[in-house]
Design a protein around this ligand. Sequence first.
Ligand code: ADP
Length: 259
Amino acid sequence: AEAQLRQVQKMEAVGQLTGGIAHDFNNMLAVVVGGIDLARRRLNGPRREIMTHLNNAMEGATRAAALTRRLLSFARSEPLLPDSVDPAELVTGMSDLLDRTIGERIQVEVDAVPGTWPIYVDSHQLENAIVNLAVNARDAMEGVGRMQVSTRNVTLAAGEIGDVQAGDYVRISVSDTGCGMAPEVIERAFEPFFTTKPVGKGTGLGLSQIFGFAHQSGGEVGIESVVGKGTTVSIYLPRSAAPAVTTAAMGMMQDQDDV
Ligand code: ADP
């Protein structure tokens, strides 16, 4: 029943997308048809002109193919496999990966104090979400700046962030000293396929996937940003009752098994 519900939610999300995508796809098809039509009319004209029309058609077709590929990979998004996670340990364990993702010229500071509450989430998807936020931070900084990843325990009132329910949460934030986001960009940032990046660079799926992941995990996502100063994107995940299974504890359990 869980899996079916997820499937229904996924198809609903895909359904909401189709309107906008059908529109974009039609525009690309119009370029393809237009290019072929012009080439056909100019068959007796100069070769270079025919080539230009055919190249335009080819480019339209390539863009349409890229669009459907993105849509398919979005619709196929992985089901969640939640487990008990120690957020501070997870984030600390990512610092090398983040250093490599961000490049040498940007400092990465990991501020994860031990003692954050355990959470019950899909750890791979949480790691993907953090990497996605780091890539956005890198893109916003154009090579220079500081990035900070932090974990904190927070108690939220109902609706304090988005649609959040009142309760205890762990906040995982990625902050950058980049270009910041204008209010109209923040407003649309969670929309699938919304991007301000050049074609081929941004997919516009990062934040929408993080939003989906946070909501499916009972949490929320918040954006604070000042144009020209920087951005903080925070994922709020509900505190879980069970203590997190740390890798140290797992090692001990294995030791016990050996006895
Ligand atoms: P993508 O990164 O592929 O464009 P996202 O959904 O991750 O897709 O982000 C959507 C848009 O939100 C980006 O194109 C960018 O305009 C804006 N954005 C996201 N993160 C940041 C950030 N840290 N700083 C500035 N702008 C950002």
